[in-house]
Design a protein around this ligand. Sequence first.
Ligand SMILES: O=P(O)(O)O[C@H]1O[C@H](CO)[C@@H](O)[C@H]1O
Ligand SMILES: O=c1cc[nH]c(=O)[nH]1
Length: 236
Amino acid sequence: MSTHIAAAAGQVAPTVLLPGDPLRAKWIAETYLDDATCYTEVRGMYGFTGTWRGRPVSVQGSGMGQPSMAIYVNELFAEYDVQSIVRVGSCGALTERLALRDVVLASGACTDSSMNRLRFLGLDYAPVADFGLLRAAHDAAQARSDLTAHVGLIYSSDSFYNPRAAELTKPLVDHGVLAVEMEASALYTLAASYGRRALAICTVSDHIVTGEETTALERQETFGAMVEIALAASTA
Ligand SMILES: O=P(O)(O)O[C@H]1O[C@H](CO)[C@@H](O)[C@H]1O
Ligand SMILES: O=c1cc[nH]c(=O)[nH]1
């Protein structure tokens, strides 16, 4: 086992879906994977491995925010030789171009986090998605008539509650940023540093402009379209 994941060597699949919410991980495993077994419950951050259409797939909770996510992703890449990680998250829409439950395929991620700034000695690094995963996810999304998918930039914030949120997000929105969440930027940077593949797919769970929102149970159990796109893209 690694420091925070109780799996033995070989128990984690090369392809991992990564929701922030460990109960969304459990729901994904129970709903989509065949023969799923739980390989870790450490800190309640569940991880499961099963198969999807005959291909081995794991689903691992990451917790909220880049520091928590980075613990799991570092261990998945370094200790379990994971090759591809697709985050399946929720996000807040920053523009009326998006509607509640739309899906965002994050081509790149801006951030207010100091994690990249420290890694790159103060320089601005541009964390981007793996193009193959992004293209496959876009193809899978385009094949569906039940959702609207957007490809574009998102904002990975260290703060869910920020008294200066409107002031900080305005220039980002003015430069095309679609939505806010809390993990993609560091995920893309870690994938680049390990030479692995990563993509963040997020469903709009709340709308910062209109004030609409989903419930906690809906965020846990009803974002299936995003999961199906992630499974199709990561096993293509
Ligand atoms: O729904 P998840 O995947 O946790 O993602 C979003 O939800 C959490 C905040 O409520 C943050 O982790 C944010 O990135
Ligand atoms: O980080 C997040 C996630 C969902 N919704 C938000 O407003 N922020």
